[in-house]
Design a protein around this ligand. Structure first.
Ligand code: FAD
Length: 387
């Protein structure tokens, strides 16, 4: 048994760690996040300059060809300072690019992946509808009707993060209502955001305020045939191929936030004084730190184990659901303890604890809620499907 990261991963981690500290310091990220609905283009540009948009894209399409362990390592280090702004990298890299990589035709891969790797193309994901995100199929009203040369899409999506600034929306819609199983008859489209008939409206929200999450209204939007992704009507089966990947990357984002909380909490405990001594001398606060370090260790072990399974092409649906659940619960607990350690300054917009706390909270809700993830774990243990 070998728990060591390879030398290549260690070197990559060190270089990203240094880059993040130099180029994306926490106070800078904090200021960016604060500006509600103002897209942090500077952050995107820094990632472009460093070539990080291509981390998980195959070399033949202009990327660095990093496997899931490398991608998770990047996300962890980036989220340590960027927290929820890590989505700026994640949405295009591990959702847009992964989807094109998994279900795109050769022509689509050549058309889109090099641009994504070069930071010239941004995507947003438009799956959720107001009728329900967990029961996505039950809540789906958006339809795609076949016409000559393409499809006409009508409906409304909700919570599509960065939909107002993306070049393309990765969008799922019902393309056939006459199916026996509701998992059939849904298709995936790569919709140019500037298509006629699309209106995006940002929603106010708790965290990652600079990255707008939007309603997307689609009124007779024409999408040409060559922007259908994967097989018509088979999107549900297709998207399951990227789910483990997404859950591993979410867990890496949570672990990065736990790392950030821990380093900030220790630093504060070593300088803040009360009752004539450093607050770091108080046993209660030391126990908080010990707990956060234990959350970190458990999350790290699970994350790298699951990522390793995925990189070996081995089944890991159960492990990915467990890791995502544990990582997000621990990130929230860690940030909450971090706020207690900093006291009033933990609640202040001038430190980062509140940012970790707000951003980590989302990851218990989406992309899959922890309640739903636990349904899947129970089902995997042989219990009847509960939904
Ligand atoms: C800030 C933000 C950004 C987002 N970004 C995107 C994005 O970019 N693209 C996108 O497509 N979506 C996005 N989402 C949507 C996100 O994926 C959904 O919010 C999530 O899937 C939950 O769906 P819901 O909000 O409709 O909750 P609901 O599905 O209504 O769930 C409500 C509650 O019921 C529980 N529940 C539902 N069914 C069951 C069950 N069978 N058993 C037990 N409990 C159950 C849930 O766990 C939850 O606690 C975003 C959401 C937010 C808040």
């Amino acid at each position: 048994m070998d728990f060591e990261l390879s030398e290549e991963v260690e070197l990559f981690r060190d270089s990203v760690h240094k880059w993040v500290n130099q180029e994306c310091p926490k106070d800078w990220c904090r200021e960016l996040e604060r500006k509600e609905h103002v897209y942090p283009q500077e952050l995107w540009d820094k990632l472009t300059e460093a070539g990080f948009h291509g981390v998980g894209i195959a070399e033949e399409y202009g990327g660095l060809g990093g496997d899931i362990v490398i991608q998770a390592t990047f996300m962890r280090e980036f989220a340590r300072n960027a927290a929820g702004l890590g989505w700026i990298w994640g949405i295009t890299s591990f959702s847009g690019a992964k989807s094109i990589g998994f279900y795109g035709t050769e022509e689509q891969k050549r058309r889109f992946l090099p641009k994504m790797a070069a930071g010239e193309l941004k995507t947003a994901i438009s799956f959720t509808e107001a009728g329900g995100g967990t029961d996505l199929l039950g809540g789906m009203k958006t339809s795609a009707e076949k016409v000559a040369g393409g499809w006409v899409i009508n409906g409304e999506k909700i919570w599509s993060t960065t939909a107002d600034t993306a070049d393309y929306l990765l969008l799922i819609a019902r393309s056939d209502k006459n199916v026996q199983r509701r998992t059939d008859g849904v298709s995936l489209f790569f919709v140019p955001r500037e298509s006629e008939g699309i209106t995006t409206t940002p929603l106010p929200k708790l965290g990652m305020r600079a990255l707008s999450s939007c309603t997307v209204n689609l009124d007779n939007v024409f999408v040409p045939d060559d922007l259908l992704l994967g097989e018509e009507g088979k999107a549900w089966k297709d998207t399951t191929k990227t789910l483990n990947n997404e859950r591993i990357m979410m867990s890496a984002m949570c672990l990065g936030m736990i790392d950030g909380v821990l380093e900030d909490a220790i630093e504060y405990m070593n300088q803040r004084r009360a009752f004539g001594k450093l607050i770091g001398e108080f046993q209660t606060l030391q126990h908080y730190i010990a707990k956060i370090a234990m959350f970190q260790k458990q999350t790290e072990l699970m994350l790298y184990n699951t990522a390793w399974l995925q990189s070996q092409g081995r089944p890991c649906a159960m492990e990915a659901a467990m890791t995502k659940t544990i990582a997000s619960e621990y990130a929230c607990k860690a940030a909450d303890m971090g706020i207690s350690i900093l006291g009033g300054m933990g609640y202040s917009a001038e430190t980062d604890m509140q940012r970790y706390w707000r951003d980590a909270r989302l990851l218990r809700i989406g992309p899959v809620s922890n309640e739903m993830a636990q349904n899947m774990i129970a089902e995997g243990l042989g219990l009847p499907r509960s939904f």
